[in-house]
Design a protein around this ligand. Sequence first.
Ligand code: VNL
Length: 389
Amino acid sequence: MQKRTLIQAALVAAALAGTGAAMAQDAFKIGLILPMTGPQASTGRQIEAAARLYMAQNGDTVAGRKVQLIIKDDVATPDQTRRHAQDLIVNDKVNVIAGFGVTPAALAAAPLATQSKTPLVVMAAATSSITEASPYIVRSSFTLPQASVALADWVPKNGIKTVVTLVSDYGPGLDAEKFFKDRFTFNGGKVVESLRVPMRNPDFAPFLQKVRDLKPDALFVFVPSGAGSAVMKQFLERGMDKAGIKLIGTGDVTDDDQLNDMGDGALGVVTAHHYSADHNSAMNKKFVDAFGKANKGMRPNFMAVGGYDGMHIIYQALKATQGKGNGDQLLAAMKGQIFESPRGKIFIDAQTRDIVQDIYLRKVEKKNGQLYNVEFDVIKDVKDPGKTK
Ligand code: VNL
């Protein structure tokens, strides 16, 4: 044989072998759509780090399939979310789409999940109604009603009778405002004013001035992850704490991604949430440790835990379907999962596809020179109070 023919034959053989190998272990693709840049970038950074940690700890081959992450930056903008979701489903032929840093992003992708029968795992966004936007949505994060109702039960038992609410003016903020107010009022408290700040580039100053003038016992705040330190800074600069107004909220405001840099002014702030990096369990200690080691000392926040658990839900579904499940079969295997998360035991309600979890009351305290949300009470197995059915 000519040298040339030999080379050609070798190339053909290699190509055939390549095809065979590719067919045997056709990758299982997870399209992760996250805000990697822009004001919500910390959410993307936390979730990407958590997803990569999960894969490093659990291997990147499941039931014989190589798992591949494809990360797309949507800058938390629904138009870009939709474009990426379309591209991932049609061109990359992903098996699952996941991530979704903000509510408008999750809602933008929902119809595409339905049309293509692709499971969509919401790892961050937390407006109650999201899971109703498509029967293919499963959530590993939390809902604002879960956290707000828990806080509204604690507050009136602790000397707070009047509250002003201050929320970001979009889905999760409106949920927080409504569910806090309804429960607090039912418990005999009074919301004297409800203020809403724009989601994008909020200037809290005029709102905080108004709160100072109204002088409630407490200010209830919801702002998305990443905006908490700006609120805290202006709250302290205006001397609101010295004027006797307590800061309370869902745990988004004392986000573990920023808390340690907020300074001692944050001490004593009480919030309700599903995850604290300080959560006392063997699994969480291991998680926080490994997360820090893999990410230059970064502390995981509630977004990270949503990403980590979302990956677990996907891995378990892939295992349960022996690596061969189509969209409907994967979705069926995601419903009803129960497992231990770094936050405690969690459960994916098969009926609603939403997460059932413990909600903790926490107070900012100093431990070994660092600020933490220290859990002091727990409400077990909280379903989303926002579900209408
Ligand atoms: C949302 C809810 C986003 C809670 C958040 O941070 C958050 C949302 C980015 O549903 O848009 O802390």
